[in-house]
Design a protein around this ligand. Structure first.
Ligand code: 4AD
Length: 466
């Protein structure tokens, strides 16, 4: 046999043909001394392989060898495809391989720190199993994260990170088609880009520096550098002290910045079309992955409109007021108020994805453009999925003197961002943009309860490994 067959491709069209596959020994079941069943997994697809002692080809030594394999070892199997008499339970493929040769390419330790069958069960299945008196270990989040490479092998996790990949892919494809240029900005920068305390400070060859809290400054500078529309997919660092289900110390930012002709609504138009395209592409291209996630963590498909709903902040707090939730007119929405508003919006407009805009200036970063008609408000917006923020965006101040004034008013050390402010002194078009948290998009699209589930190797205040 020269070619490798994918487990996914094993079906009755290959009956009686020799094949060669590579995968992991998911389960190993010896039956007496002359026979052993292996279930081999590749990319989430599984096939049953029968190792049976035969005078001319398979020795009983080989059956012994198969029976002694440890779970999750990487194996190469050569054999003949056969159609079983009865349907196969416990494998995705409905053919069997009669094994002729078996090699162990890489042996896993005999006892794994996580039982992958337990790790793949839904809460409902766990409850049922416990009631049925089964010996079962509920694999907690920390254990999963400590042994992340094993945890990643569960079908739900395979689904989550394939969905994440598709979000990035759809984001990039959409923006490239809309004439955006992909850029890569520095992550070692001289001063804080968002202000506030959540900054990792470091020593840069004797000079104080930070890990970028966002590509904010350099994406705007790239607009001054004449790239009319830019985007970036890259790491974002936040020295968060808070322990929440939605904050990480490092996450992946999907950032956009663009010239605008007249109005910050032009930026919201891009958000609107971009996210409808991303959600559509997930629903079309990730059916199997969504199902794998849903099997372990049940959720309802996201409800979104063809034209994304836009409400002003004032309209939002009015809706809250009507149900007895009082918000300071120039304050911010806390997490609870955001959730509540999400519910009200769903009841009234039938969507779980919407834009809230014209926020009070006082709660936005220093670079945010105030509204021309009322400077207590700003040309800014947040975007929500299922009542939680995934995006914040705005038109930016492009007048250097005013920008300097705003930075000082917000306690930003102007000298650390002087190159940024100077870049507006050589002519700068009006512009705006937004930043999206990739892990939050996946978490909320899939109705998951913790951002650590959608970060491959999450960094939080207590975790920097693995
Ligand atoms: O709201 P943020 O801080 O906005 C910015 O960084 C601006 N520069 C964006 C802009 O272009 N105006 O972050 C943007 C998004 C949030 O909406 C959220 O989805 C995500 O990034 N985010 C986090 N995700 C995980 N952990 C954290 N600690 C996050 N902080 C923000």
């Amino acid at each position: 046999v020269n070619d490798w067959t994918k487990v996914e491709a094993l079906d009755d069209s290959l009956a009686n043909r020799p094949v060669q596959i590579r995968g992991r020994a998911q389960t190993i079941r010896p039956v007496g001394k002359k026979m052993a069943f292996l279930v081999v997994r590749e990319n989430g697809f599984t096939v049953q392989c029968l190792v049976q002692a035969q005078p001319d080809s398979v020795s009983s030594q080989m059956v012994k060898f198969a029976a002694a394999l440890s779970r999750e070892s990487v194996v190469d199997v050569e054999g003949i495809v056969s159609i079983p008499a009865a349907p196969i339970k416990g494998a995705t493929q409905q053919v069997e391989i009669q094994v002729k040769k078996l090699y162990c390419v890489s042996r896993a330790v005999p006892t794994l720190p996580i039982n992958l069958e337990d790790a793949a069960r839904s809460e409902v299945e766990i409850e049922k199993a416990i009631q049925a008196g089964e010996q079962l270990v509920r694999v907690n989040q920390d254990t999963r994260l400590n042994f992340r490479v094993l945890d990643l092998r569960t079908p739900a996790n395979q689904g989550i990170f394939r969905i994440q990949s598709q979000v990035g892919n759809a984001f990039r494809q959409f923006l490239l088609a809309e004439s955006f240029v992909e850029i890569h900005t520095p992550k070692l920068i001289a001063g804080s880009s968002e202000g506030g305390a959540a900054v990792f400070r470091l020593d840069y060859k004797g000079h104080p520096a930070c890990l970028a809290q966002s590509p904010q400054l350099h994406k705007q500078m790239s607009i001054c550098g004449d790239f009319g529309r830019v985007f970036e997919i890259g790491p974002v660092f936040r020295a968060e002290d808070s322990f929440t289900h939605r904050h990480l110390c490092e996450f992946t930012g999907l950032d956009v910045e663009m010239e605008i002709k007249k109005h910050y609504f032009e930026v919201m138009d891009i958000v609107d079309k971009l996210f409808v395209a991303i959600f559509d592409s997930l629903n079309q291209n990730c059916k199997k992955d969504l199902e794998a996630v849903r099997n372990q963590y049940p959720f309802e498909p996201l409800k979104y409109l063809r034209n994304t709903l836009r409400l002003t902040y004032e309209e939002g707090i009015q809706m809250l007021k009507e149900v007895g939730v009082e918000i300071e007119p120039f304050g911010d929405l806390n997490t609870e108020a955001e959730r509540k508003l999400g519910q009200l919006v769903l009841e009234k407009y039938g969507t779980e994805f919407y834009i809230l805009h014209r926020y009070p200036l006082a709660v936005r970063p220093f670079y945010t453009m105030p509204c021309y008609d009322n400077p207590e408000y700003s040309n800014s917006f947040d975007v929500f999925i299922r009542g939680e923020e995934i995006i914040s965006g705005a038109q930016r101040v492009h007048v250097p003197e005013f920008l300097e004034q705003r930075a000082e008013a917000c306690d930003i050390e102007v000298k650390t961002i002087s190159a940024y402010i100077d870049s507006f002194r050589y002519g700068a078009p009006p512009h705006g943009g937004f930043g999206v948290g990739l892990e939050r998009v996946v978490m909320l699209f899939c109705g998951l309860n913790n951002i650590r589930k959608t970060s491959l190797y999450p960094r939080d205040p207590l975790r920097i490994a693995p």
